[in-house]
Write a protein of this length. Structure first.
Length: 404
């Protein structure tokens, strides 16, 4: 599972000159007026009277930080220490080393906010598998609004009596929340039978902020992913990883929103849990399509988190013949593709995008292997290169090694 830093940009104090024209503001910022630099940076962050541009925001925050503005130091630290700016067009990558430097500068000056940020960063946990059924699966939307479903239970039962599979799905969700997994499986199996025997679309009959077409276009995937979860965890049925993988990996040609991406990742790992290593390797080595913004450019890449697990398996001989050279090749493949993964639109959802955690972990592994000559000729320069990348992208083991 992914572990994200989601630092929110802290509220800035009101600066004199708010509301002035951009030309006047830029001239003041260029002349070295700190308040103007801060206001200009904030405008770039918010897209206020200017196109949103996080790189320009960072530039002006750094200019203000050079003049010992503690507020600017904090803003620089926040921007640089986020996993990825949540705008696919920013083309920004994190730089934890630089970000931590700014935060430490603010901390030295007695700023409590910087101190709190640093404490949170240093307490960063390693990646762990999350067994929560609500997160990272398409059915999350319904679990997230189960209160609304509970309030409309009578309407749902009315629709269920009309054999509406959407109603049956909602009853499965409610049973799941109430931990009545046997009942949830009963509803899910009913829906699965109906949906696999018809191509009919069933619109949502409970008001949703996402619109009435969401359930209609993704109901089969949501039902399959929840069935997969039940089989994966042995809830309402006997635990069966292979059957879980079967449901998680169901393909639908109308998956225009990419919502099947997360279940497919879980399905691959279920194959590994079932001891079906060849099937896991097959999933890990599949190429997925990435479409770049502008120019119609396309590229195919393997899923980074699956590739990382595959590299780890070759490194340790876990289910496969031990092959350190192969492991190193895969770690380097993950790191070398890092620049393709930011500032782009993809046809799939987040797990298929390379993120800073995957780069960081793979870079640290590569650094270790070059340092010890495992799977390669010992090379201190290459080891330091990959260690620098691991530091920049926030690997906690790299931080510890450098005493950050």
């Amino acid at each position: 599972m992914r572990y994200f830093f989601t630092f929110m940009l802290s509220a800035l104090i009101s600066f004199g000159g708010m509301g002035q024209t951009m030309d006047a503001l830029i001239n003041k910022a260029r002349s070295g007026v700190v308040s103007a630099q801060m206001e200009l940076a904030q405008r770039y962050v918010e897209g206020d009277d200017v196109e949103q541009d996080f790189k320009q925001a960072l530039f002006w925050y750094e200019e203000a930080a050079k003049k010992n503005s503690v507020d600017a130091m904090i803003q620089c630290g926040e921007l640089l220490c986020r996993d990825i700016i949540q705008d696919p067009l920013t083309d920004m990558t994190p730089d934890y080393v630089k970000g931590i430097h700014y935060l430490k500068e603010a901390e030295v000056r007695g700023n409590e906010q910087a101190k709190a940020f640093l404490k949170n960063i240093m307490a960063r946990e390693e990646l762990v598998e999350d067994d929560c059924p609500y997160e990272y699966l398409p059915c999350y939307d319904e679990f997230n609004r189960h209160d609304i479903l509970t309030q409309n239970r009578n309407i749902i039962f009315e629709e269920y009596n009309k054999q509406n599979p959407v109603a049956a799905y909602y009853l499965a969700v409610l049973s799941h929340v109430e931990k009545d997994y046997d009942k949830a499986m009963e509803y899910l199996n009913q829906i699965d039978y109906i949906l696999t025997s018809t191509g009919k679309l069933y619109p949502d009959f409970i008001a949703s902020e996402d619109g009435d077409d969401i359930i209609s276009s993704t109901l089969k995937i949501k039902v399959a992913s929840l069935l997969g979860w039940c089989y994966e965890h042995g809830q309402g049925t006997v635990r069966n990883y292979e059957k879980a993988a079967h449901y998680y990996l169901v393909d639908y040609d109308y998956d225009e929103n990419g919502v099947a991406g997360f279940p497919k990742l879980r399905g691959a790992f279920c194959y590994k849990k079932a001891g079906l290593i060849d099937k896991f390797i097959n999933e890990a080595n599949k190429d997925i399509l990435i479409a770049f913004e502008g120019g119609g450019r396309e590229a195919f890449r393997k899923v980074p988190c699956l590739q990382f697990e595959l590299a780890r398996m070759y490194e340790n001989g876990d289910g496969v013949i031990k092959d350190p050279k192969k492991a190193l090749e895969i770690y380097e493949y993950i790191v070398d593709g890092r620049n393709d993964s930011y500032g782009i639109h993809t046809l799939v959802i987040e797990p298929y995008m390379l993120n800073s955690e995957e780069v960081a972990r793979a870079a640290y592994k590569a650094s270790q292997m070059y340092s010890s000559g495992i799977g390669c000729k010992q090379d201190d320069d290459m080891s330091e290169l990959y260690l620098d990348i691991a530091l920049k992208y926030g690997d906690i083991n790299a931080w510890r090694k450098k005493g950050i």
